[in-house]
Design a protein around this ligand. Structure first.
Ligand SMILES: O[C@H]1[C@H](O)[C@@H](O)[C@H](O)[C@@H](O)[C@@H]1O
Ligand SMILES: [Fe+2]
Ligand SMILES: [Fe+2]
Length: 305
């Protein structure tokens, strides 16, 4: 028997009814969220090999990313941008700055980033109406992409967006376009190219250096500006691009027990981050008052960036 699902017109992929039979061609996950089968370009999500208008530029993006993201590079960037001495602005002002950027690493979306933030947050809000911290996490998780802006030195895309992975130990095969890691200076460095490299079993992700980009930067911004968001939110922000871990279960040997707990929320979050990507725009003015109230609850009015 096929049960017809009421679909919300604005997203079109949410199931109210969680008892969806297996003969529908969509998959229902916890929270009642329905995962669409194809992206706006007609391909499955995160298909880096599909012939599409974005394939070539996405691959070139990862080539540059994998060549340049060495341990030394990451260390320098973390120190430099961790100073947070560039700009003073509110969370909402930062959302507006993202209006002008399109993420070159993304095979599934070519809309300005502010659309993606609102699409993610609104999709979570529908399924988890009481978890306001998770709505706000959706809104802010990609704000670190502001590093592309001239007031942050206009960093190249390969130093801001794309999936992340640890440096200081061997590059896992599950990394997108892994072949380009062979051109990274760390690839042949015996200190960095073994399973554990400079780390040890269960050392905790907090002690692992990740490739530099919008995740770690936004984590630093939120933490240093003393957000009152729970630790799961900070974990989501910091590791949401770490697909080798949360999708392919690589690098698990580096996790602590606390990481294992936090990973559960990251996996919930990821569905909304990835599958809410669409051409359907959210009415910014309509939802703005709600998000401003959350920002006020969890952040100071002005933040150091
Ligand atoms: O291309 C995407 C990028 O748009 C996301 O912001 C990032 O979190 C993902 O890991 C990456 O694959
Ligand atoms: Fe992201
Ligand atoms: Fe995102």
């Amino acid at each position: 028997m096929t049960i017809l699902i009421e679909q919300k017109p604005d997203f079109g992929f949410r199931a109210e009814d969680k008892n969806i039979p297996s003969d529908t061609n969509e998959l229902v996950l916890d929270g009642g969220f329905m995962v669409p089968e194809i992206n706006t370009f007609g391909h499955t999500f995160r298909d880096y090999d599909a012939e599409s208008e974005r394939k070539k530029s996405v691959e070139e993006f990862y080539r540059m990313n994998h060549i340049h993201q060495s341990y030394d590079f990451v260390k320098r960037m973390r120190e430099e941008y961790g100073k947070l001495n560039r700009v003073e602005m509110s969370i909402w002002e930062c959302c507006e700055l993202l209006n002008e950027f399109v993420d070159e690493s993304d095979p599934d979306l070519d809309e300005p980033q502010i659309e993606h933030l609102l699409q993610t947050a609104e999709a979570i809000r529908r399924d988890y109406p009481n978890e306001d911290w998770l709505h706000l996490t959706g809104l802010i998780h990609d704000l670190g992409k502001v590093l592309l802006h001239p007031s942050f030195g206009e960093l190249p895309q390969w130093a801001v967006v794309g999936d992340t992975f640890p440096v200081g130990c061997a590059f896992d095969e599950s990394i997108v376009h892994h072949k380009y890691c062979k051109e990274n200076p760390d690839y042949n460095n015996p200190a960095y190219n073994t399973k554990y490299g400079i780390y040890s079993e269960g050392c905790g992700l907090n002690n692992v250096m990740m490739t530099w980009g919008h995740d770690d930067y936004m984590y630093l911004v939120a933490k240093e500006n003393k957000t009152t968001l729970p630790s799961a939110a900070l974990f989501i922000i910091r590791y949401h691009s770490f697909y080798p871990l949360h999708r392919s279960a690589a690098y698990k040997h580096l996790m602590s027990e606390e990481d294992v707990e936090n990973l559960k929320w990251l996996q919930v979050f990821n569905k909304y981050d990835l599958y809410s990507k669409s051409k359907v725009r959210v009415d910014v003015e309509k939802v703005k008052p709600y998000y401003l109230s959350l920002i006020e609850k969890y952040f100071p009015e002005k933040l150091r960036w």
